[in-house]
Design a binder for this molecule. Structure first.
Ligand code: SF4
Ligand code: SF4
Length: 113
């Protein structure tokens, strides 16, 4: 089985549209939602993402819902399918931000081989 790994200079999951994430309703508190709203720019990108290199500027102190392995245990799909679930999530994010055939996608695919 392939092992999930985050790649540098991606940040594709750092763009939020809570209207499209009803799956988070039972996983986040009101405080979490308030934090997400305060972190999100008008264009949907997290204010903590350095847009020039796509790196998190508060990586060591990022919220619990940004800690993929930690947060993923709240998802039934992760408990059932393990890293495949995480890999599919990353592919969806990367595809929507950079495109299916983007260099970022190629880098991600290589990383998880
Ligand atoms: S989409 Fe995946 S690879 Fe890209 S920053 Fe998020 S967790 Fe990392
Ligand atoms: S806090 Fe960091 S990891 Fe979390 S969404 Fe913002 S830039 Fe991404």
């Amino acid at each position: 089985m392939k092992t999930w790994s985050c790649i540098e200079n991606c940040g594709a999951c750092c763009k939020f549209d809570l209207d499209e994430r009803s799956d988070l309703n039972d996983k986040l508190t009101n405080k979490d939602f308030e934090l997400i709203k305060s972190m999100t720019s008008k264009d949907g990108w997290c204010k903590n993402l350095d847009r020039t290199n796509k790196k998190c500027m508060i990586y060591e102190d990022r919220p619990h819902f940004c800690r993929v392995k930690h947060f993923s245990v709240l998802f039934k799909d992760y408990l059932k399918n393990g890293d495949k679930f995480l890999i599919d999530c990353c592919k969806q994010h990367i595809s929507s931000i950079y495109g299916k055939k983007s260099e970022v996608m190629k880098k991600f695919i290589l990383e998880i081989q």
